[in-house]
Design a binder for this molecule. Structure first.
Ligand code: ADP
Length: 240
């Protein structure tokens, strides 16, 4: 519990601090990127300068991505509840991730639940981006020829719904596993990871009263599970 309190305090501090900072960084980053890209269009550019400007471009884009992620997160107003049709959400996640899966030569599968699933009450774009974070990570960790499966079912205790993403990828060492929810922790190459995906996903899921679990072993793949409380079958009107 203490660990999770420290984690949410950290995220709250990140939220307040970066709202202003990210906003201020947006314009100068855009300007640096624009000048670097203009230089890269010059046919007469010598090789040394080209390498330098490419480096500026890559790293500025990385900063811009980080700033965008932080800005989106800091603008979040808190949980918004609407009824989510889980089957449709999984289809959309499939559509959005299938390009990356194809490029990585990984098979992406949707696992249909054998029973009709109850609805979830959460914000559609947030839950989609939480799932897409997990699918993106799974695809990054899985070598060509592997499989990433996404699905949903009633949780074994039938007290909520489980959304899961399973991959046949690299798995995680205990060291990595311990740190995956730390803001800014990433093992990905420069320019590819912000280290914010899982800490943001966890904050989103916890704000809906849910939780996130990981099951992994080096070389044996990973399963990430999101548990969420389900919406009541007949929601009662609450009068103000
Ligand atoms: P990022 O994707 O930007 O690195 P995340 O917070 O989403 O940030 O993930 C943090 C780290 O957790 C990743 O860099 C990776 O080391 C590890 N990780 C997450 N998901 C998986 C997975 N499915 N398989 C192996 N490692 C993973």
């Amino acid at each position: 519990l203490r660990e999770s309190l420290v984690q949410s305090e950290k995220m709250a501090a990140v939220g307040t601090l970066v709202a202003g900072l990210s906003h201020e960084l947006n314009n100068p980053l855009g300007i640096i990127l624009g000048f670097a890209q203009a230089q890269l269009m010059r046919p007469s550019l010598d090789n040394g300068s080209r390498t330098a400007f490419e480096c500026i471009e890559t790293h500025t884009q990385r900063c811009a991505r980080l700033v965008r992620t932080l800005l989106d997160f800091s603008r979040r107003s808190g949980p918004v509840r609407e009824r989510i049709e889980v089957g449709r959400m999984l289809e959309r996640v499939y559509e959005l991730a299938s390009g990356q899966a194809e490029r990585s030569q990984v098979q992406l599968k949707i696992i249909e639940s054998p029973v009709d699933l109850p609805g979830l009450e959460a914000n559609v774009p947030e839950m989609e981006s939480a799932l897409l974070n997990l699918v993106g990570n799974a695809l990054d960790a899985t070598p060509p020829g592997g499989t990433v499966s996404v699905g949903a079912h009633l949780s074994p205790a039938r007290d909520g719904m489980e959304l899961f993403v399973t991959d046949t990828g690299s798995g995680m060492t205990p060291d990595v596993r311990q740190r995956i929810f730390d803001p800014f922790f990433t093992t990905k190459p420069v320019g590819q990871g912000t280290g914010l995906g899982l800490s943001i996903t966890r904050s989103i899921v916890e704000s809906y009263g849910g939780r996130i679990d990981v099951e992994t072993a080096p070389g044996a793949g990973t399963t990430m599970r999101l548990w969420l409380p389900v919406a009541p079958a007949h929601p009662t009107e609450v009068s103000a």
